[in-house]
Design a protein around this ligand. Structure first.
Ligand SMILES: [Zn+2]
Length: 441
């Protein structure tokens, strides 16, 4: 979850059929304290004139139905504690209410790492705010509040989570690297509507380097010195960039010094230069800020980018259509990487998801306008390079609630377009493969 405002994650999604509330055995490693509490799958209280109005997930048969499970998405619950109900219990209660319109496969407790599974992994939970990502991922909520200095991210929780992720990765052959073990913040909204509401959990205090160590897959060099691609990796404990927390009125207060997982990006190789802006966070073109949720000027541990220049102790990467500079004395904030890169000879559009074209839907599936393939407010400018993190065929898992009266319910619709997933800025985006040239490693 985790939005700029503390609301639970709402994932735009589509519906389905059969019932999974009869699935009591949790999918967990044997040595984990783990239980199953079913998320709601119900539309009894919903306005049935809207076919998307039900909760909280879609039954599916992944991966046998063609929806490969390729990603684990790390969230934090962002539910505020009150005197009687913990954030952990609040998140679980939220996913039990059909009107919430959100769910995750698992929720993990901060104090002791207890795991509650709520959606079977074969089903599509509504957690990523992005249908392509929901189709292809397992979502794990961690009890906590991202702006509270990492106090919620206990060692017990990190270890339980890593234990669970190792089990799931082995079960579904998910590579244990930062291209497949993602934060919600690595994921773009899927279309321009509500684009600015993209969540930023688990945030700067999630210790990715430590977490990847626990997974037995440390963030490390995959290329040689002099490589044209770098992976971000500041020293978490020593890296304590200034950050602020801002209320809705715009009053910002400094956050206490604390280890963090990102480097600040500047417009020039100079600490005094403005922080990088982003048209989503700053529609007026103003500079980026130190606000914890201003993700457009922060590059996070484990993410890889193409080099755009070096000057003295400063390194530049291509990031969000801009040349982004960060202080990198002795290259202590990066390791060299190896990756395919996409470039374009003229500016090309980017997409938030990999969906089929309208003409590719079968006649028995009524086309919903929200599936219209549309570019997002970012572009890939000519001459810049971006790391290719995946390749997707266009697909959309068609799902409605009522199984009896909905023809073709729970159908995976595929299209002819191949999309490439790119490490674009703080987030991953999609580009049509035919729009770019790909440089091999
Ligand atoms: Zn989230």
């Amino acid at each position: 979850m985790t939005a700029a405002v503390f609301a639970l994650a709402i994932t735009a999604a589509v519906p389905v059929t059969a019932h999974a509330q009869d699935s009591p055995a949790p999918e967990c490693p044997a040595n984990l304290d783990c239980r199953f509490v079913p998320a709601a799958y119900d539309w009894s209280s919903a306005d049935h004139s809207d076919p998307n109005n039900y909760g909280n997930y879609d039954p599916a048969n992944r991966p046998a139905d063609g929806q490969q499970i390729q990603y684990i998405v790390i969230h934090d619950t962002e539910s505020l504690p009150n005197s009687t109900v913990s954030p952990y219990d609040q998140a679980i209660a939220t996913f039990q209410k059909p009107e919430s319109g959100s769910s995750a496969h698992y929720v993990i407790r901060s104090s002791d790492g207890q795991v509650t599974q709520m959606v079977p992994t074969k089903d599509v939970a509504w957690h990523a705010g992005n249908w392509t990502m929901n189709e292809h991922s397992i979502g794990i909520e961690h009890e906590g509040i991202a702006a509270q200095g990492g106090t919620w991210y206990t060692e017990q929780m990190y270890r339980a989570s890593a234990n669970l992720v190792k089990y799931l990765a082995a079960k579904y052959h998910i590579p244990l690297d930062r291209e497949h073990i993602l934060g919600h913040e690595d994921i773009s909204r899927e279309r321009t509507k509500n684009f600015a509401a993209a969540h930023w959990d688990p945030g700067p205090y999630w210790d990715w380097a430590h977490y990847m160590d626990l997974l037995g897959a440390p963030v490390k060099a995959t290329g040689s010195p002099g490589s044209q691609v770098v992976t971000i990796k500041p020293d978490f404990a020593a890296n304590q960039p200034p950050m602020t927390s801002c209320d809705p009125a715009g009053t910002c207060t400094p956050l206490p010094a604390h280890g963090a997982n990102f480097v600040y990006l500047h417009t020039a190789p100079d600490e005094a230069s403005p922080l990088l802006t982003d048209p989503v966070n700053h529609p007026d073109g103003s500079a980026g800020t130190t606000a914890i949720d201003d993700w457009g000027d922060k590059a996070v541990t484990g993410r890889s980018y193409a080099l755009a220049g070096e000057q003295g102790d400063w390194t530049a990467i291509w990031y969000g259509g801009q040349k982004a500079w960060f202080a990198n004395p002795g290259h202590h904030a990066t390791v060299p990487a190896r990756a395919r890169q996409a470039t374009a000879s003229s500016s090309v559009p980017l997409y938030g998801r990999a969906f089929p074209e309208q003409s590719e839907y079968p006649a028995d599936i009524p086309f919903d306008p929200i599936w219209t393939v549309g570019a997002i407010p970012w572009t890939l400018p000519a001459g810049q390079s971006y790391v290719v993190t995946g390749e997707f065929r266009a697909e959309n898992y068609y799902a409605r609630f009522d199984p009896a009266s909905v023809p073709a319910n729970h159908t995976l619709v595929t299209g002819a377009t191949t999309y490439l997933q790119l490490s674009y800025n703080h987030r991953l985006v999609y580009v049509k493969a035919s729009d770019v040239q790909v440089k091999p490693c």
